[in-house]
Ligand binder design. Structure first.
Ligand code: CUA
Length: 314
């Protein structure tokens, strides 16, 4: 079993946990050492230089260059170590491996749901394979929540009207607690979930057995249905041809030049914004004629359409 837990922290169950803990321990013990030095010196000075009888004047004191350089240089070196170490960890935590499997996470008062592009939607249970990077694309239906799995050392805010991303790679088969780490109302303290880490074979079986937004439908296929149902098909082709609006083929991740001359990347947030506020960022060469789908598309419809657009590679 896991021997990586400590008095401070739960077992390290993801690839990044060890690095997070090493830095935490370094900062903790550095602080303990300096606290001890300052506390002992303070107590010593209080006793050594306490008032004796009538002598009220301190001895004249001029600068001590050696001492001043020492207490400037040593903390500077330590802080630079913490900065470089922390920045490396920050990059490792924020650069999502390109081969990661994506799961859509939806937070709402007061439960979590998880949708798989080629699988079911589950409530309160995130099922993942062991030793595989998992990318979480997260949004909230209502207020701000925060997705927190202490064993993985992963915590990320989950916001309404915007997607946030995080990732992890579980290193042991098992079950891990998900908490909500942002106060979100009455049920906040019970907004729990479980990450269930399975061997890859079992995960594949589980995925095949699941059902999508419809009966047995994937998020992507649901998106394809929404594409027709909401008449996106009238103005956006999926075969690369130019109709009234840009084609969806190869759209995701594409660099688009806007009518303002600015260049953007067509990512999840851009696609979402383009459905809800179509005139905010119009691609150069097209007229701003698309109606808003605010109030027409539900969040799950938008998730489906994005999954569908992502599947339409060049
Ligand atoms: Cu959701 Cu606190």
């Amino acid at each position: 079993m896991d021997t990586t837990s400590s008095i401070w922290l739960p077992p390290q169950s993801s690839t990044i946990a060890g690095g997070v803990d090493s830095l935490f321990d370094f900062i903790l013990w550095t602080s303990v050492v300096f606290f001890a030095i300052v506390a002992v010196a303070s107590i010593y000075f209080v006793i050594r230089y306490r008032r004796h009888g009538d002598i009220a004047r301190t001895t004249p004191f001029t600068e001590n260059l050696g001492l001043e350089i020492t207490w400037t240089v040593i903390p500077t070196i330590l802080l630079m170590c913490i900065f470089v170490w922390g920045f490396k960890g920050f990059l490792r935590y924020h650069i999502i491996p390109a081969n990661a499997t994506e799961v859509k996470v939806t937070a709402q008062r007061w439960f979590w749901s998880f949708s798989y592009a080629d699988g079911p939607t589950t409530i309160g249970e995130l099922v993942v394979p062991v030793n595989k990077p998992i990318k979480l694309l997260m949004s909230s239906q209502d207020v701000i929540h925060s997705f927190y799995v202490p064993n993985f050392r992963v915590k990320m805010d989950v916001l309404p009207n915007r997607y946030t991303l995080t990732w992890f790679e579980a290193v042991h088969v098992g079950e891990y607690q998900i908490y909500c780490a942002e106060f979100c109302g009455k049920g906040h303290s019970e907004m729990w979930g479980k990450v269930k880490v399975l061997p890859e074979e079992d995960f594949k079986k589980w995925l095949e057995a699941g059902s999508g937004p419809g009966e047995g439908e994937t998020l992507k296929d649901y998106g394809a249905r929404m594409y027709v149902k909401n008449a996106c098909i009238t103005c956006h082709s999926v075969d690369g041809s130019k109709v009234v609006g840009p084609t969806f083929k190869g759209l995701f991740g594409r660099h688009e030049v806007l009518s303002t001359g600015e260049t953007i990347v067509a990512d999840e947030n851009y696609l979402r914004e383009s459905m809800l506020t179509p005139t905010a960022k119009v691609v150069a060469g097209y007229d701003p004629v698309m109606p808003t789908f605010q109030g027409i598309l539900k969040n799950v419809d938008i998730d489906g359409l994005i999954a569908y657009i992502k599947s339409l590679e060049k």
